[in-house]
Design a protein around this ligand. Structure first.
Ligand code: NDP
Length: 335
């Protein structure tokens, strides 16, 4: 099988708000960046509905529409965006090497990418409870009544009774969204207070279709391949009682895990896998490698902060290239 080799001064891995903002800045610095789409091009906002807190959109904007705008803006200034599955990386020397396959399941490496600088914006993915019944079908009921994305799958639960697990903003947002379709939304949380923002909590408390079950842990998802989900086994950790709770769908909204496994042999991370960066910069422990967005930030995790950190990573990469005499096209940049 033939292999394609691509050489770039700036390679950006991931195309969410962080990656595409890095691309806008790097392309305006005439560095002609290559952006590599991950398995979810556009990132997590593409599976969101209304984005009400991104500045500049007083009436809100739909997540996918916002990401299309980011993408068009990056391309307008000369970013190239490709869809390749990166299977492994070699960060031992510059240029760094990324080994790409046509898809995750493809047997062979089809693209070798050489990067003078690398910006990692691989984002984060939804976490799961790790309980029986949650596994993807055909082993469990994942995709057959169990989901981690209400905006993707809520439509299938029209007129049904569903459970959602979690106590953060994602759980509140998804619970509200599900009330558009489901007849009843049972929000199960393991403690007796939510960590979600007050405004989101208020919306949930004021919605008649949402019932909150405090101190409730979901221990198993029950059902069959034919019927889908029929119920959940729950444990009230205050009363120390286990019971069966009939339901037709389960949505898990308990946070996210950074997509950084690819870099575990190379880059410093915290105990949960978030990439470490130096001081106020986006520099990782390897010179020429930068990290931004949800792969690096476990604290703010907002589209606007991800975009800001993408901008910083691009400026750091451009300055790195200037210092190494490699930003040949335009060393005096008007950002
Ligand atoms: P969070 O980490 O904020 O919340 C996760 C929730 O899931 C917590 O309530 C936690 O419980 C619960 N949880 C975690 N693990 C388990 C488990 N194994 N079993 C049961 N429950 C569990 O994640 P979110 O995804 O909600 O939010 C992430 C970030 O994104 C936040 O900063 C949030 O503000 C932001 N966000 C903002 C939105 C907006 O502004 N529109 C929308 C969505 C997210 P416990 O509280 O007990 O730890």
């Amino acid at each position: 099988m033939s292999q394609t080799e691509i050489n770039r001064k700036v390679v950006i891995l991931g195309s969410g708000p962080a990656g595409l903002t890095a691309a806008i800045y790097a392309s305006r610095a005439q560095l002609e960046p290559l952006v590599i789409d991950g398995p979810q091009p556009g990132g997590q906002l593409t599976i969101t509905t209304d984005v009400e807190n991104y500045p500049g959109f007083s009436k809100g904007i739909m997540g996918p529409e916002l990401m299309n705008e980011f993408r068009a803006q990056a391309e307008r200034f000369g970013s190239e965006i490709i869809n390749v599955w990166i299977d492994k990386v070699d960060l031992s020397e510059r240029p760094f090497t990324l080994y790409g396959k046509a898809s995750q399941d493809a047997a062979e490496i089809s693209t070798i990418i050489k990067a003078e600088t690398l910006i990692i914006s691989t984002g984060a993915s939804a976490k799961w409870l790790g309980i029986p019944g949650e596994e993807p079908a055909p082993v469990g009921l994942g995709g057959n009544g169990v989901s981690a994305c209400a905006t993707c799958d809520g439509f299938f639960f029209r007129g049904k009774d569903v459970v959602i697990v979690g106590g953060g903003d994602t759980a509140m947002e998804e619970a509200m969204f599900l009330t558009r379709f489901a007849s009843k939304v049972n929000l199960m949380h393991r403690r007796d207070s939510f960590r979600a923002s007050k405004i989101m909590q208020e919306r949930v408390f004021n919605n008649d279709k949402i019932e909150i079950l405090w101190h409730t842990e979901v221990r198993e998802i029950l059902g069959t391949k034919e019927e889908g989900v029929t119920g959940v086994k729950i444990f009230n950790n205050q009363k120390k009682e286990e019971s069966l709770f009939p339901t037709q769908g389960v949505f898990v909204a308990i946070g996210h895990k950074p997509n950084t496994d690819l870099f575990k042999d190379w880059l410093e991370m915290d105990e949960t896998g978030y990439l470490k960066t130096e001081g106020r910069t986006m520099k990782t422990n390897i010179a020429g490698v930068f990290a931004c967005g949800d792969a690096q930030d476990h604290y703010y995790r907002q589209a606007v902060t991800a975009a800001g950190s993408g901008c910083m990573a691009a400026i750091d990469a451009e300055r790195f290239l200037v210092e190494h005499g490699e930003a040949v096209k335009n060393t005096e940049t008007n950002w």
